[in-house]
Design a protein around this ligand. Structure first.
Ligand SMILES: C[S@@+](CC[C@H](N)C(=O)[O-])C[C@H]1O[C@@H](n2cnc3c(N)ncnc32)[C@H](O)[C@@H]1O
Length: 530
């Protein structure tokens, strides 16, 4: 049956990772990598095949396609079935295409029967759209103005002033852009705007970065001339943001354990003109922060360590996967599966719906960093993170896991079996221990004034519970929790930790950005002496 199409390979990996609860796969990392030639088309076919999967699976099964030729893989059958029924059609190429083309009349007949049974006109109506999918489609696109290259006013003027011979699409974009109310260098564009080929993005004047991911650098608020440390920095979206807020004056000392990701950070720093970044490969936990002259004057630290990435499931479009779509209906009348569970408006409900990220990733992997291919690096995170967790941390202690977190993990992993649930719970626990260790270590910087801890996780264990674990130590050192964004509405989970009202959360469905968490520790003037 020949080589698998890239979309079929991607779907095979996604379905395997989803079914087994293993990480390492995301639609973007699998379809936009350097080895893929027609990236956008592969990405689109993969997404759309997954979106229509409940219908396609049934059609493939009822047409007996896989039995007709055992060499046909189910993923190839899914993709070809998508293309012949909903996509751009198929050409008689190889045996797989010929087989699906010969089955086309039967497939179409079966589809018509499904539509009639469900009483709907379009195949899309057979797949009930989840609340998450709808939210993902509504979500505005955000971009950060790289103020090392262009002021916000210049960027807005560039976008809003029609240029000679400017494509209509760009002129239209200029009418729709708005400045974010909270973060002065963040611009918001309408949902589904594709900015990747925009001239300002290509020249790194605009950085495609989620609003939530732009919060930590603002929360740290470094002054020009400071020495600042970025503990787990690659691929460096926040590192370059720090450099921009410092107007390129001072030093941003950036570390990451992963050499490939650090290369990515360096390329990112060069492209954005962030020349004050000094980046090197290092295990942050091993750096002699308390004793080395290199760190003597560091006043600000950002700790944005590996996390479960459970706040980024909307950006990653994990809702297209079967474990997330388990409750999707196969149409109003079919009654074949349970009702879709609403993401709801409350934090608890939505958290449960979101806690589903099996690839430790972060929103930043989806950002466009000019020529740097981050999709490639996204897959690398999970391998690296497994190593990090395997080597640097104690094994997870399941009894230490908080009941609430466990409950939601269990909920989202329903259907994967106990081992899947257990491994996810253990994974979050191990991540949290690393996160705690990283914060504690950063606090040993002798001149530290301000520390920001952030994750793109929605798990309490990785967020408020980490703050609770380090709080006594921070107090001993004279640090207090402070509120970086008094006007922001979403706070730490009530009752989770003293000072939860000073913690910042963002909600993936309700705030139009990734699910994110941040805490700011500040040392009072009387205790800032080393
Ligand atoms: C969430 S990502 C950081 C994203 C980054 N702050 C940004 O905004 O682009 C976490 C990073 O931590 C790195 N990491 C994990 N363990 C580490 C360690 N012990 N020392 C240094 N870096 C580590 C991973 O390689 C990964 O690049």
């Amino acid at each position: 049956m020949g080589k698998k199409k890239p979309a079929a390979s991607a779907i095979a990996k996604m379905l395997h990772a989803d079914a087994t609860g293993t990480g390492g796969a995301s639609i973007k990392s699998l379809t936009l990598g350097p080895a893929i030639q027609a990236k956008k088309a592969t990405y689109a076919v993969t997404c759309e095949t997954l979106r229509m999967l409940p219908v396609i699976q049934q059609l493939v099964s009822e047409a007996g396609l896989l039995e007709q030729d055992p060499r046909l893989s189910q993923e190839t059958a899914f993709v070809l079935c998508y293309e012949v029924l909903f996509g751009e059609g198929l050409r008689q190429k190889g045996p797989a295409e010929r087989l699906v083309l010969s089955a086309q009349p039967a497939l179409e007949q079966q589809l018509a029967a499904m539509l009639a049974e469900a009483g709907v006109a379009h195949a899309r109506d057979l797949v009930k759209e989840s609340a998450q999918s709808a939210a993902a489609q509504r979500r505005p696109r955000s971009a950060r103005v790289n103020t090392l290259k262009m002021s916000v006013a210049e960027a807005l003027s560039w976008l809003r002033t029609p240029k000679e011979k400017q494509p209509a699409k760009l002129a239209q974009l200029g009418k729709q852009v708005s400045a974010d109310e909270l973060l002065p260098d963040v611009l918001l564009f309408p949902a589904a705007t594709d900015l990747h080929d925009h001239p300002l993005v290509k020249s790194s004047c605009l950085i495609l970065q989620s609003k939530a991911s732009c919060m930590p650098a603002h929360a740290l608020a470094p002054e020009p001339g400071w020495d600042v440390l970025d503990a787990c920095a690659a691929p460096g979206n926040k590192t370059t943001h720090l450099a921009a807020l410092m107007q390129g004056e001072g030093s941003v000392l950036a570390f990451d354990k992963d050499p490939r990701r650090l290369q990515c950070l360096k390329a990112n720093a060069a492209a954005t003109g962030a020349h004050c970044i000094r980046a090197r490969v290092a295990d942050f936990l091993q750096l002699p922060l308390a004793t080395s002259p290199e760190f003597r004057n560091v006043k600000g630290a950002l700790v944005d360590p590996s996390c479960s990435g459970s706040g980024t499931t909307l950006s990653r479009m994990d809702f297209l996967l079967p474990s997330h779509a388990a409750q999707l209906s196969l149409g109003p009348a079919s009654g074949r599966t349970a009702e879709s569970k609403s993401a709801g408006s409350g934090m608890q409900q939505s958290r449960a719906a979101e806690e589903s990220n099996d690839t430790p990733g972060c929103a930043e992997q989806q950002a466009n960093l000019g020529s740097v291919n981050l999709a490639e690096h996204e897959g690398h995170i999970s391998r690296e993170e497994r190593e990090v967790l395997g080597s640097a941390e104690a094994p997870g202690d399941e009894t230490a896991h908080r009941a609430e977190s466990g409950e939601h993990d269990g909920e989202h992993l329903a259907g994967r079996g106990d081992s899947g649930k257990r491994s996810e719970v253990d994974r979050v626990e191990r991540l949290a221990r690393f996160q705690e260790a990283a914060v504690r270590h950063a606090l040993t910087l002798p001149a530290l004034q301000r520390l920001v801890y952030s994750t793109c996780s929605v798990h309490e264990r990785e967020n408020e519970a980490v703050v609770a674990a380090v709080l006594p130590y921070t107090r001993e050192l004279g640090f207090e929790l402070v509120d970086p964004f008094p006007r922001w509405h979403r706070r730490g989970l009530a009752g989770s930790v003293e000072g939860a009202e000073k913690l910042v959360r963002t909600h993936a469905v309700e705030d139009g950005t990734d699910g994110f968490f941040l805490a700011v520790f500040q040392r009072g003037p009387e205790s800032s002496e080393p």
